[in-house]
Write a protein that binds this ligand. Structure first.
Ligand code: PEP
Ligand code: MN
Length: 364
């Protein structure tokens, strides 16, 4: 059950403190949300409650409403208004109705390549990108990312080219502090969306760390071997720790049946995540497929999988591109090139329009 307090409830008031003491053993989490109507406090209450107790609670003067829910993930559960409202970051809206392309380097290898990508994105009117500087690598002898040292100049270049948000993987709470410092040092020229990678989907202390802060939204990638409900529970961890601004990313499931692709694309679940949760849904066709191969049509498999996700209503696309993929230190085999950007944008526009037409067909 969720107890929603009236906007701007004074948590120092004796009524609030009394109620909190009375229910202390049943409160499993407290959430604070910034909403257009002010600060909202929510308590997540566990256990089975009698109807009269629920009704008494809903008449408490500080309480706006009590939501009874059997959901294991009540804070991210579907809510029409929250799904449509989503959140704003760096002046951009992220919700279940918007669609953003985050194309960029899997791993920053040189600042020049990063800048070349950003310039190209800006030339095409894009304000968002992906750039990894902390790389989770299976083999410890491979490139691990440029790390903190490259951040200030990377952020400056982003600001120079009007890039407002960079999706960037973090693997530990220290990485968040390093991003804070680098943004401060460079004068906050851009914003960061903290990416929790597939390998860390159940790293609960990392989920709590990205959840405890509100400065950055979080892109959570589904664990490559996790049932959807377990991956959604990971998102609930972030929300429960206090950060409601989450995007859920489908990036393919590890399976020997996926070959010759790297993973089996799970984009048929875009609509499942959208109906179970209020979260915007991202697809990552690059890491799902892992190849830029195409058939005689010339359409790369990655673009085909992108199409599957967008035509089903995906809200964000994470895509590896590189100015010269053969020079990439990580995942060059799955990187599209800068000349693919205009093609991708045309394709995405077509697919979004088709999705909207399909909505009209099925809602009539
Ligand atoms: C990435 O996006 O760079 C990445 C490592 O992805 P994943 O966590 O999905 O493997
Ligand atoms: Mn990669």
């Amino acid at each position: 059950m969720i107890v929603v307090f009236r906007p701007n409830t004074d948590e120092a008031s004796s009524e609030y403190i009394d109620l909190r003491q009375r229910l202390a053993e049943s409160i499993s989490g407290i959430q604070h949300l910034e909403t257009p109507r002010g600060k909202m406090t929510q308590w997540i209450i566990n256990g089975h409650w009698h109807k009269t107790e629920i009704s008494n609670l809903s008449f408490h003067p500080l309480v706006q409403k009590v939501i009874e829910t059997a959901s294991k993930t009540p804070l991210i559960a579907y809510d029409k208004h929250l799904a449509a409202r989503g959140f704003e970051y760096q002046g951009l809206q992220f919700n279940q109705e918007t669609c953003h392309l985050f194309a960029g380097l899997c791993a920053v290898d040189t600042i020049d390549h990063a800048e070349e990508v950003m310039r190209c994105l800006a030339d095409h009117g894009l304000q968002t990108t992906r750039m990894g500087v902390y790389k989770p690598r299976t083999n410890p002898y491979t490139f691990q990312g440029l790390g903190q040292a490259c951040l200030p100049s990377l952020f400056e270049k982003a600001g120079k080219h009007g890039i407002k948000v960079i999706a960037m993987e973090v693997m530990s709470p220290e990485h968040i502090l390093e991003i804070d410092q680098a943004l401060a040092l460079s004068g906050h020229p851009t914003g960061v969306m903290l990416q929790v990678g597939t390998r860390n989907c159940q790293n609960f202390s990392l989920l709590a760390a990205v959840g405890r802060q509100h400065r950055y939204p979080v892109l959570l990638k589904r664990g490559f071997g996790l049932e959807l409900s377990d991956a959604l529970s990971a998102a609930e961890h972030i929300a429960l720790a206090g950060n409601p601004n989450i995007i859920f990313c489908l990036r393919g499931i590890q399976s020997h049946t996926a070959a010759p692709h790297r993973n089996l694309a799970d984009f048929a679940q875009v609509s499942v995540v959208k109906r179970l949760t209020r979260l915007p849904v991202c697809i990552d066709p690059s890491h799902a497929l892992g190849t830029i191969a195409s058939d005689a049509s010339g359409i790369p498999d990655i673009a085909q999988a992108t199409a599957q996700g967008i035509i089903a209503g995906a809200n964000m696309i994470l895509l590896d591109i590189h100015p010269d993929p053969k020079l990439a230190y990580v995942d060059g085999h799955q990187a599209l090139t800068l000349s693919d950007i205009p093609k991708l944008l045309k394709d995405i526009r077509l697919l979004r329009a088709s999705f909207e037409q399909r909505c009209a067909i099925w809602s009539s």
